[in-house]
Design a protein around this ligand. Sequence first.
Ligand SMILES: C[S@@+](CC[C@H](N)C(=O)[O-])C[C@H]1O[C@@H](n2cnc3c(N)ncnc32)[C@H](O)[C@@H]1O
Length: 274
Amino acid sequence: MRIDAWLQKATKTLRETGVGSPLLEAQVLAAKAMGQSRMWVLIHPEAEITADADQLLDRRANWEPLAYIVGSREFYGLELEINHHVLVPRQDTESVVDEALRVLGGNKSPAILDLCTGSGCIALALKHSLPEASVTASDLSEEALEVARRNGESLGLDVEWIHSDLFQKLPNKKFDLIVTNPPYIARGEVIGKDVAAFEPEIALYAEDTGAEIMQRIAVDAGHHVNPGGFLVVECGLIQTQRFLNLFQASGWKLIEKIGDDGGWWGFSLRSPVR
Ligand SMILES: C[S@@+](CC[C@H](N)C(=O)[O-])C[C@H]1O[C@@H](n2cnc3c(N)ncnc32)[C@H](O)[C@@H]1O
């Protein structure tokens, strides 16, 4: 089948599935199947599509996230490798990076920790924006850290990757900024079927109705921040006030809520350490 005919078929399938941008996604799938760029697909409508294309289309029609199918996702202008061991980086998380850069102000060489780094997206975006920063990133999942490490290598960004249960392997380290997007979904909470079926459980759920990891960070983060330092937290739209209360109870002072007209999904905080 010619590419243009396949694109018509695939767009119709994805539209009927309910995918948000069916034509764009069909073009991305065709590009993946051909081992070419989306631009190449657009200027070669007459080329014969490969047999693989239908399998890729079936996966997307079954709601598998596009990033897992094509194996990559752009985040903060960086092309990242993505696989089933890491959460697909979200657009909301880019505003967490924006807020981290904002609170750092003129500090061009801060010590930064990205706790629960997953694909490494936040750590790498910050290192790319602040080349003189010293950036450390940690995760409990060895498999996720392998992805993050490969992303750092392919982008030529020097980040220290540490396998750790939260702060456990960072006992004596202190940072000017800690940024984190930890797991915070309560077991049993209703989430998108694409998220629940395809994204790693370890990246999504926390015990104590979602608060267990937030609570541990709220208690321990103050020991790992320099006087006057910052914490920037992403925490979803549902339990935001509850999570903020945990940090305020540990002495952290709210600087800014991160969100838009639809609500807020994170916040920045000033250190309890003077
Ligand atoms: C919500 S994902 C965020 C990934 C990435 N920072 C992002 O924004 O796309 C949470 C990450 O926390 C990691 N994680 C879960 N429990 C952890 C723990 N106790 N200590 C460190 N990392 C943990 C997971 O492996 C996962 O990569």
